[in-house]
Every structure is written in structure tokens, then in C-alpha cells.
Design a protein. Structure first.
Length: 128
């Protein structure tokens, strides 16, 4: 749930979202209300607000996964990759969209960034 909440809050590109480290969103054991990262594509800083719902889900995820500040926020299960790949993220979004009854060819990782967040909320009844 933390992955989707943060994707919606941050509106980051998939490559930037999966490369986040715990220290990018948490300081001293607390989840920040805002975060600033340098975008990979544009090399420009982007600031985003982290909502209370997302802060809760991130805190739960970080504790459950026992993540340290230097670790990637969304580590890969594969030893060859330190963090979730953009392709793995896309597959997760496809499965999530299908599970709430939407067409995965219509909604994808770009939808998490752009204009189609409202229909995702309306169909699921919650921002996941």
C-alpha cells in the first residue's frame, strides 16, 4: 500500500519512485511531511507533500521490512537488483488496477502521476 500511496502523493516517474531511499522520506525515525528529490530525467529538484495516510503506510512498511535509512524504500526480491525495477513496478500497478476491476491497458504507471488518479479512487473507494 505504501508504494501506491507514495506514487499518488509524489507524482514521481517510476524510475524516481523505485529509487527512493528510506532517508528520502524519513528523518530520525519519523516520516517527513514533505520530501525533495532530484529527478533522474531532468536533474531538477522536485518537492512533494506526503499525506497522513501515506505517512502511516510508509511507517508501517519501513518497520515491517526492517529498513535502515540508507536502504532503498522498495527493495527488490532479486539479489541482482538493489531496488524494485520500473518493470516490476509496472507489473504491480497492472495487477492492482485489474484487482479493482479496471482495464490495465487504460491505467498504468503514468496514471499514477497524471490525470487519471480520480477514477482510480472512484473505482476502488480508497486511495491505495
Amino acid at each position: 500500500m505504501a508504494l501506491f500511496n507514495l506514487a499518488i502523493d509524489s507524482k514521481l516517474r517510476g524510475c524516481d519512485l523505485v529509487a527512493l531511499r528510506v532517508k528520502d522520506v524519513a528523518h530520525g525515525g519519523q516520516i517527513a511531511r514533505r520530501a525533495i528529490i532530484l529527478q533522474r530525467k531532468t536533474q531538477r529538484p522536485v518537492q512533494f507533500k506526503i499525506t497522513d495516510q501515506t505517512r502511516e503506510s510508509l511507517a508501517t512498511w519501513i518497520a515491517k521490512a526492517d529498513l535502515k535509512p540508507e536502504q532503498y524504500l522498495f527493495p527488490s526480491r532479486l539479489r541482482a537488483s538493489p531496488h524494485l525495477s520500473t518493470r516490476q513496478y509496472a507489473r504491480i500497478v497492472d495487477r492492482w488496477v485489474s484487482s479493482i476491476g479496471l482495464d490495465p491497458t487504460t491505467y498504468g504507471t503514468l496514471s499514477m502521476r497524471r490525470h487519471q488518479r480520480r477514477p482510480l479512487f472512484t473505482s476502488s473507494g480508497q486511495l491505495i
